[in-house]
Design a binder for this molecule. Structure first.
Ligand code: SF4
Ligand code: SF4
Length: 154
């Protein structure tokens, strides 16, 4: 894997190598939580009801390579589709931050050199989720949560 030095600061999203694009993911797991979108206002609410493939401890997809065949509705984010999806993505998501022209936070594994820094910073979903097969979709609104951020944990 060849990542250019500080590529997230110098290379536009559309010019990143596939491995650089993948490395942007901080492993927070928040995009794998089900959301509720208000049809009128467009407001997006996050729930703690997780996709059936999300591992609550690692915050990673349990079947990443074949996820589309198991969860057809899973969204594969690419430089071509980020314009369409950025509005519902988590505030701390590296793709959204760079798309907004913002820097990566200091706890991002690319800066810390440690994949666990996202959990220590309290911005991941570790230990927060319930699997979607335990909650009827009609009850998701009972599980709405604030997005975990450093501010929300302080
Ligand atoms: S929200 Fe963004 S950074 Fe977090 S797991 Fe999803 S794609 Fe990765
Ligand atoms: S299939 Fe995997 S990547 Fe897609 S939402 Fe579910 S856990 Fe996340």
């Amino acid at each position: 894997m060849t990542l250019r030095d500080a590529f997230w600061e110098t290379v536009p999203l559309s010019k990143m190598r596939p491995e650089e694009w993948e490395a942007l993911c901080d492993g927070c797991g928040k995009c794998c939580l089900n959301k509720i979108e208000d049809a009128d206002s467009g407001e997006v609410f996050l729930t703690r009801v997780a996709c059936r493939l999300l591992d609550d401890q690692s915050c990673r997809c349990g079947q990443y390579d074949i996820r589309k065949s198991l969860v057809p509705e899973c969204i594969v984010l690419t430089p071509d589709t980020i314009d369409k999806h950025a509005y519902w993505m988590p505030q701390t998501c590296a793709y959204r931050l760079l798309w907004q022209g913002k820097p990566l936070p200091e706890w991002h594994p690319l800066l810390s050199g440690d994949p666990d820094s996202v959990h220590r910073a309290g911005v991941s979903v570790r230990g927060l989720t319930v699997p979607e097969f335990e909650v009827d979709e009609d009850d998701w609104e009972d599980h709405i949560i604030e997005e975990p951020t450093q501010e929300s944990r302080s």
